[in-house]
Design a protein around this ligand. Structure first.
Ligand code: NAP
Length: 269
């Protein structure tokens, strides 16, 4: 039987923080404090969950076993150093894009147990993909807790190579945007072919949703599912010949990921 999660302190209850909180609630959340000054965050309060506007008003005596850092990276230097007081017992889980393990250690103290993780927005429906790196001071028990908290929002994979988080940011971090762009382009192409707007919208959305569900339900590779749609000499084959031309999607997708990976490196500190 799944036991309740231990006490958690969530710093930043925005899009990502609130998605994580929703996942933990499903896992059995006994007690959590959310620190967030915004008016919307007040709505996160509920059984066992208290929302406070700042570090200074965290009830004395609250001893979290995990402190999840989900503020915007630009707020980090100002907001986070105070939380170093929880180092020792608690494992810190930072989901801040571009904030390296070293930068987070610098804010919290070099002995802090830190997991750096990069989730993506399907976390909001518990379908995220997160890549995580555990720092040198993270114990086996803390890593297990980190795994439990992060897998509450989808799949998780671990790496020992922090440098991989730049391409991870480019692929799974930004990936939902590429799929949404594909949906937009499909809708626009449908309109250009004379399909009425409501039908074009529904068709593009459901094609992406249904393809994702088919992928999820199948053990086949994406390539096999693609081939299954592609009759020799047929219409899909004609379209794929355009899209898979060396100068089309294979080239532009590789270039896009390289550009995003480089940008992630530029933004890191
Ligand atoms: N969205 C993504 O795809 C994604 C993917 C991976 C990682 N991340 C990372 O996740 C983190 C959160 O992103 P998000 O999209 O959830 O941002 P968000 O929606 O802006 O959430 C951040 C929240 O933190 C609050 N906040 C501001 N100052 C604070 C402070 N001093 N103490 C506590 N809370 C404070 C903000 O309140 P106000 O609105 O009042 O400022 C806001 O509610 C970022 O570091 C981002 O890099 C995001």
């Amino acid at each position: 039987m799944m036991t309740d999660l231990p006490p958690i302190l969530l710093v930043g209850g925005g899009k990502m923080g609130s998605a994580m909180l929703a996942g933990w609630r499903e896992q059995g959340l006994a007690s959590a404090i959310v620190v967030d000054p915004s008016a919307q965050a007040a709505g996160l309060a509920g059984p066992g969950v208290v929302v406070v506007p700042s570090f200074g008003v965290i009830p004395a005596g609250f001893t979290p076993e995990a402190v999840v850092l989900a503020v915007k990276p630009q707020m980090a230097a100002e907001a986070l150093p105070a939380y170093g007081r929880f180092a020792g017992r608690a494992v810190f889980i930072s989901i801040m894009a571009g904030k390296t393990m070293r930068a987070v250690e610098h804010m919290l103290g070099t002995k802090a147990s830190i997991i750096r993780a990069m989730p993506n927005t399907p976390a909001a429906v518990r379908q995220g993909f997160t890549v995580a790196v555990a720092g040198a001071h993270v114990s086996a028990t803390q890593r297990k807790l980190g795994e439990r908290l992060l897998s509450a929002i989808g799949q998780i994979a671990w790496t020992d190579d922090e440098a991989l988080l730049d391409p991870v940011t480019a692929i799974s971090g930004g990936g939902p945007a590429y799929v949404f762009l594909l949906t937009e382009l499909m809708e626009q192409a449908a309109l250009a072919q004379g399909i009425p707007p409501a039908m074009a919208r529904a068709m593009a959305r459901q094609t992406v949703i249904g393809s994702g569900a088919l992928l999820a339900a199948s053990s086949e590779d994406a390539a096999a599912l693609r081939i299954a749609v592609t009759s020799p000499g047929g219409t899909t084959e004609r379209a794929l010949a355009v899209l898979r031309d060396d100068n089309a999607w294979p080239k532009s997708f590789a270039e896009a990921i390289t550009a995003a990976t480089e940008r992630s490196r530029e933004l890191s500190d």
